[in-house]
Design a protein around this ligand. Structure first.
Ligand code: PLP
Length: 405
């Protein structure tokens, strides 16, 4: 992987902050965009822009082809056999809500068991808390150990469950869950499974065939694409059996004064004008990632996180959250600086051009179950380097000096 060449594709990385190089370590929140994606979106508006599926004029045909082509690319990217199983949404949050509204409200009733884990992002937590309350269903949690891994034996809780939803990679600890095993266990119990791949799809090979999930959700903006475009994969037969969640244009094939007929999948879940340029950008992002190779991306980030675990772990007063073993975690490293509030850490580092995240990272139950206060998170991507990690550590040492800790 030629990181210098990759860096040259990202115009924002040339930016200086207070005269210093920008060091972007907030990829868990959103990624930066390469010129190829920026150009794909910009060229779409310069040359092709029209509404899709509606017109028979040339621009509408071109736009429709480009939108559908992105769906094909996303389908290939996650190894789905059928592009009709790919629904474009606004983001992972909307994808999960779609499952909750369209599948959950129809299929979950009083006394049914829903299983999620303690490490879920609020996007894969709140919908199930709300549904369980509304339906009188039971919500059970796969509990975490001290390192943030799902405790041994917890999968027993999947017994008798109707629905299981887990994150592939934690956005706090970077823990990579054995989603193959979780989905297999769910399937043996006759439960429907959902995997939140928001932190895995951008960083490693995600193959829905080997995972064996019924639904998989992810978000474009964390994988080089624009904001406002997300993906829900669903098994065709389950999607066919579900009612739509949003109503309006494009999701019906016939509409009368008192009746209508739903369109086929995926269109019945894509009411109204979709984010066409966002989908085009996502298609271009998929091309870009595939050109580098997902295995190479994983290897690069694993190297960075190993380096960070070793170097950061050696700094007095800094404790790293999550497992020490880099093969069990993604390129995310969350830590506490003893005696300094994470917002102070992030704000001082920002002055030095370093962007990272502080707080609960939309995963408050994880912090509570691991007995943590708000934390600081550095998250890596294809353009990050060991030198940037050195600079981060140098500045963390300065922060400690400022606070006298
Ligand atoms: C694990 C995980 N799930 C879901 C989401 C939600 O993504 P979005 O805000 O794009 O819907 C995030 C975003 O941080 C995440 O890290």
């Amino acid at each position: 992987m030629d990181v210098e060449k990759i860096r040259n594709d990202f115009p924002i990385l040339k930016r200086k902050i207070n005269g210093k190089k920008l060091i972007y370590l907030d990829n868990g929140a959103t990624s930066q965009k390469p010129i190829q994606v920026i150009d794909a979106v910009s060229n779409f508006y310069k040359k092709n822009n029209a509404n899709i599926h509606r017109g028979i004029h040339i621009l509408s045909e071109e736009s429709t082809l480009m939108y559908d082509d992105s769906r094909n690319k996303v389908s290939r990217f996650i190894h789905s056999k059928n592009p009709e199983e790919i629904i474009f949404t606004r983001n992972a949050t909307e994808s999960i809500n779609l499952v909750m509204y369209s599948w959950g409200k129809e299929n979950i009733s009083r006394g049914d068991k829903i299983v999620i884990s303690e490490m879920e992002h609020h996007s894969n937590l709140i919908p199930w808390v709300v549904l369980a309350k509304e339906k009188g269903a039971t919500l059970e949690y796969l509990e975490l150990d001290k390192e943030g891994l799902i405790k041994e034996g917890e999968l027993e809780k999947i017994k008798g469950a109707k629905f299981v939803s887990v994150v592939h990679v934690s956005n706090v600890t970077g823990v990579i869950n054995d989603v193959e095993k979780i989905c297999r266990t769910a399937s043996e119990e006759g439960a429907v499974s959902l995997v939140d791949a928001s932190q895995s799809a951008p960083h490693m090979k995600v193959d829905i065939q080997s995972i064996g999930c019924d639904f998989l959700a992810f978000t474009g903006h964390k994988m080089l694409a624009p904001t406002g475009i997300g993906v829900l994969y669903g098994k065709k037969e389950i999607l066919d059996s579900m009612n739509p969640f949003l109503f309006g244009g494009e999701m019906v094939v016939e509409a009368h004064k008192y009746d209508m007929r739903w369109n086929s999948v995926p269109y019945k879940f894509e009411a109204g004008t979709p984010n066409i340029s966002g989908a085009v950008g996502l298609g271009s992002a998929v091309d870009y990632l595939e050109q580098i190779g997902m295995e190479n991306i994983r290897a690069h980030e694993k190297k960075l996180v190993s380096y960070a675990l070793e170097k950061l772990g050696a700094v007095n007063g800094i404790s790293i959250i999550g497992p020490q073993d880099s093969s069990r975690r993604s390129g995310i490293i969350t830590f506490e600086v003893k005696g300094v509030h994470p917002h102070d850490v992030a704000s001082i580092l920002s002055e030095e051009g370093i962007c990272l995240r502080s707080g609960y990272h939309c995963a408050q139950p994880l912090h509570e179950s691991m007995g943590l206060q708000p934390t600081t998170r550095a998250s890596f991507y294809i353009y990050n380097t060991e030198e940037e990690i050195d600079f981060l550590i140098e500045n963390l040492v300065k922060v400690k000096k400022i606070f006298g800790v």
